[in-house]
Write a protein that binds this ligand. Sequence first.
Ligand SMILES: C=C(O[C@H]1C=CC=C(C(=O)O)[C@@H]1O)C(=O)O
Length: 399
Amino acid sequence: MHTRRVAGDELLGRLPQPTGALSWVRDGTGLVGWGEAARFEVSGPDRFAAADRWWREFTDDLDVDDELGVPGTGPVAFVSMAFSDRPGHSVLVVPEVVLGRRNGHAWLTTIGDSGKRRVEPVRKPSEVRYSDGQVSVTGYRAAVRAAVERMRAGELDKVVLAHDLLAVADIGIDHRFVLEGLARRYPECWVYAVDGLIGATPELLLRRSGSVVDSRVLAGTTWPHDGMSDDELAAALMSSGKNRDEHEYAVASLVQTLRPFCDTMSVEGPSVLRLPNVSHLSSDVIGTLGDTLGGTPSLLALGEALHPTAAVGGTPRADAIAVIEELEGMDRGRYSGPVGWIDGNGDGELGIALRCAQVDGRTARLFAGCGLVAESDPDSEVHEAHAKMLPFREALEGM
Ligand SMILES: C=C(O[C@H]1C=CC=C(C(=O)O)[C@@H]1O)C(=O)O
């Protein structure tokens, strides 16, 4: 395989075909890929360790010629892990071609001879129809109410429940059309696509660059309502006890789990992250990895320890997972699992797969969830989940 410097500043615009897009792009930087040189699929509680092992063996056997030698050059796999230990299907895809841009560098990595692909024009659907997914809005409201009762009874502190929505377009969905729409409206988010899971997430589970790791923790949300200005919404969010509690659980779970791997750690926040559809309480955690057992853990090993954070699971983690299995009533698939990329040195970026849909032909299954605490109100959570589905809906409809 070869990595060469290239000129040009396009990423998503270079994807040649309507399906099979691979993407991890934020505000014009990141990686896109196409073609499949290799694929690894796995499920079950050992999925992270199995994926890590497969990736190490795959890269050990490669003959790499890399002109740049920075994170994201050389061998790269796009990663999307299932939320749940069961059921669930996780996937690593090694593209035939990767195009990357970061810190003033631009590069092209190819595996094998990876012949040129025909470039097909991007297609826009003219009609999209929506219907209930596995969990309707009514079912979701009832599940939220039941979870809130459990928390009021002191059974757990926080749980994240989600529901889904089906969208059917009049033509096969062009992944590039959705990705371009998401990137245009959500430059603060990581716009991703792996094996048909497409979205724009504002939440970074973990980035590893050598011994430095960082994470963006989000929890606590508001959305435009009651004619309030953006500043009024932000001030209300910062002073909401319910949202501050929800956020604190998410930061604490991340810090506690990452601390044993780190020599130093610091937390900045919370502040308000403003997006077009919602605003979140946001904290950044930065750490320096220490040597454990003679080396620093890979990104996938760290992802295994961190997933699921309280932003998608809850607190205490095991109780929250049990409540999700009992009350949510659907298979999340890869929604709310780690998604991103890894390179041959164990570096890379894993976001949390939020604000997304699983796309298959003309159909997209959209997901959104909300963190619940004892003070949560079921109707508000239904509105919040609706607001969280807007990015994908608007991108699909071309708004
Ligand atoms: C579970 C989701 O969002 C999480 C991330 C940020 C804020 C959240 C909240 O305030 O509820 C959720 O924990 C989702 O978008 O589906």
